[in-house]
Design a binder for this molecule. Structure first.
Ligand code: SF4
Length: 251
């Protein structure tokens, strides 16, 4: 049996799919929301992806078929983005899928919190065209409050990408009064200034679109009362980032 045939029978734990996504990587993309996450971000818009036992098993073959059928819409820049949830938790299972997509010449983005690094993840990264690295907070105390985890692994992940010549975007959710402090934005700029592999900084304004899911799941939403950003606040953050990077976008 050929390698790709063997891979076809394998499965990945998936939450859902989004076709023609425009927010997660360049161009039009098929976004694959992988089930399970090791963070508990207070602002998480997809709390239904957190439970590793949730979702459903989807055959790799089915995902490849879906990607190939949507390939005409990808154009020169689009492709498939793996998001979640945290895709690297299933790195071993995703490897044959990434290999199949590369055989088909499909562009791959990996949206990750950067907390997991092991041999399978390194092999996954070798097959990834652009990593969308979500840095939640540069101040570790605030990062722990926000996510339940230290940011040390994420920062080490970024260093690995830089040292190993893997292109990445830095993504930052701007939460008023939580991650919007100027001192933290400046410290983040200082930490990433000079990274050659960082090709875009994306500011993701805070939104509450996933808020209703918390009640449904019986979970507590910890940011009740936090307002969405004003345009001035987003612009002020963008100005801080632009003072260090020439590739700043507001998503
Ligand atoms: S890392 Fe992403 S999926 Fe996981 S809790 Fe945070 S926002 Fe949600």
């Amino acid at each position: 049996m050929a390698n790709s045939d063997a891979a076809a029978g394998r499965t990945v734990r998936i939450h859902s799919f989004e076709s023609m996504g425009t927010y997660d990587g360049p161009g039009l993309r098929l976004v694959v929301f992988v089930q399970g996450c090791n963070f508990r971000c207070a602002y998480c818009a997809n709390p239904d992806t957190l439970d590793c036992a949730g979702g459903r098993d989807v055959a790799i073959d089915e995902i490849v078929r879906m990607a190939v059928s949507e390939r005409p819409f990808f154009g020169r820049r689009g492709g498939v983005t793996f998001s979640g949830g945290e895709p690297t938790l299933q790195a071993e299972a995703l490897l044959p899928l990434f290999e199949r997509l590369k055989e088909e010449g499909i562009h791959i983005c990996l949206d990750t919190n950067g907390s997991v690094m092991n041999d399978a993840v390194r092999r996954l990264l070798a097959l990834t065209d652009i990593v969308l690295l979500d840095v939640k907070e540069i101040d570790d105390t605030r990062h722990r409050d926000l996510t339940g985890r230290t940011n040390a692994a994420t920062l080490a992940f970024a260093d690995w990408l830089e040292e190993n010549g893997r292109e990445f975007w830095l993504r930052y959710v701007l939460v008023p009064g939580v991650t919007s402090m100027r001192e933290d934005l400046c410290a983040l700029c200082e930490r990433f200034k000079g990274f050659r592999m960082l090709s875009r900084v994306e500011i993701l304004p805070y939104h509450t679109l996933g808020r209703h899911k918390y009640d449904h799941l019986g979970m507590t939403y910890r940011l009740d009362g936090v307002m969405e950003n004003t345009p001035e606040e987003v612009e002020a953050a963008a100005a801080v980032f632009r003072s260090c990077f020439d590739c700043v976008r507001v998503n």
